[in-house]
Design a binder for this molecule. Structure first.
Ligand SMILES: [Zn+2]
Length: 169
């Protein structure tokens, strides 16, 4: 977070990170908040099987992931789920069928900035199993696994490991 040093208001090298959620300029009082961003992940389920994607890019290339992503401005979390599922797998869902499971705090590191997120986990029961068309640069395959076949060390991200530990128990 220390890469932002220069105040965009007064131009002095006086911007300070408070260690939690904002930058503040001692010189002119400029303040820039860096609040939590919302992100979603969707457990698509058919009976006792769950759809997971295998990542085709780092971080976590080759490991398992849930479909999802960051919520855009002015979007509901359910709308984010529908948009991400369409972008990643070209499937259309009814957002009212989503059930919220839990939320967990997480940190997403990207190019020198830590983004604090609130990850919102949803479940979507589908009538039949399907094999989606893939956005191949991001995902290499999808797999349908029974709960007992999901191993935490195969999950790409620590936040989802925490989720699966609770979800599978
Ligand atoms: Zn300033």
């Amino acid at each position: 977070m220390k890469i932002l040093k220069f105040c965009p208001e007064c131009g002095q090298e006086s911007l300070k990170w408070d260690g939690e959620k904002k930058w503040f300029c001692d010189n002119c009082g400029f303040t820039l908040y860096h609040n939590c961003a919302a992100a979603v992940a969707v457990v698509i389920k058919h009976g006792d099987q769950i759809l997971l994607t295998r990542r085709n890019q780092d971080p976590g290339k080759g490991k398992l992931d849930l479909a999802g992503g960051f919520t855009d401005p002015h979007e509901s979390a359910e709308e984010t789920c529908a948009r991400e599922l369409f972008e990643e797998m070209k499937i259309k869902i009814n957002p009212s069928k989503l059930n919220i499971l839990m939320t967990l705090p997480n940190v997403y590191h990207y190019k020198g900035i830590d983004y604090n997120t609130l990850d919102i986990f949803f479940e979507l029961e589908v009538d039949e199993k399907f094999t989606p068309e893939l956005e191949i640069t991001e995902l290499s395959e999808v797999v349908w696994l029974k709960k007992g076949e999901i191993h935490l060390d195969e999950i790409a991200f620590d936040s989802q490991k925490k989720f699966f530990k609770k979800y599978l128990s």
